[in-house]
Design a protein around this ligand. Structure first.
Ligand SMILES: [Zn+2]
Length: 134
């Protein structure tokens, strides 16, 4: 029986999710799908330069799983760049990383965990005052 796949934790979903080579009609392009967790592995390892250990912990997966997701992502990106394919970032098996925040009035809520969120505190959905880490 296949082991149920653990949910990979993702802290960032790219805003731009489709890329295609200029000047080639869509119908003659092969489209590659990059999953959101593959994009996250690329972001952590190649963009932020994290080591594999901390990066796999951030995504809540084992190192071999992280390595497999990362290798798959790199192979797809190379294929897209070198063979002139379109790429769509979507789907996959992941959950958004979030953190519990609390405002001065004691309301609590979950806010998405993003690098930027550390600088500007999320506002309380009830009373609109900034929240802090619990
Ligand atoms: Zn509040």
């Amino acid at each position: 029986m296949p082991r149920p796949q653990k949910c990979r934790r993702v802290a960032y979903v790219p805003g731009v999710t489709y890329f295609k080579p200029a000047g080639i009609p869509m119908r003659s392009l092969e489209e590659i799908q990059l999953s959101v967790e593959e994009a996250e592995a690329l972001r952590l390892k190649d963009l932020e330069g994290m080591e594999q250990g901390p990066a796999s912990e951030r995504m809540n997966v084992s190192r071999p799983t992280f390595q497999r997701v990362l290798s798959s992502a790199r192979r797809k990106v190379a294929d897209v760049l070198l063979n002139g394919r379109a790429i769509r970032i979507s789907g996959g098996n992941y959950e958004m990383a979030s953190r519990r925040l609390r405002c001065r009035s004691g309301h609590e809520w979950d806010a998405p965990l993003e690098p930027e969120a550390d600088k500007s505190p999320a506002l309380c959905p009830t009373c609109n005052t900034p929240g802090t880490h619990k």
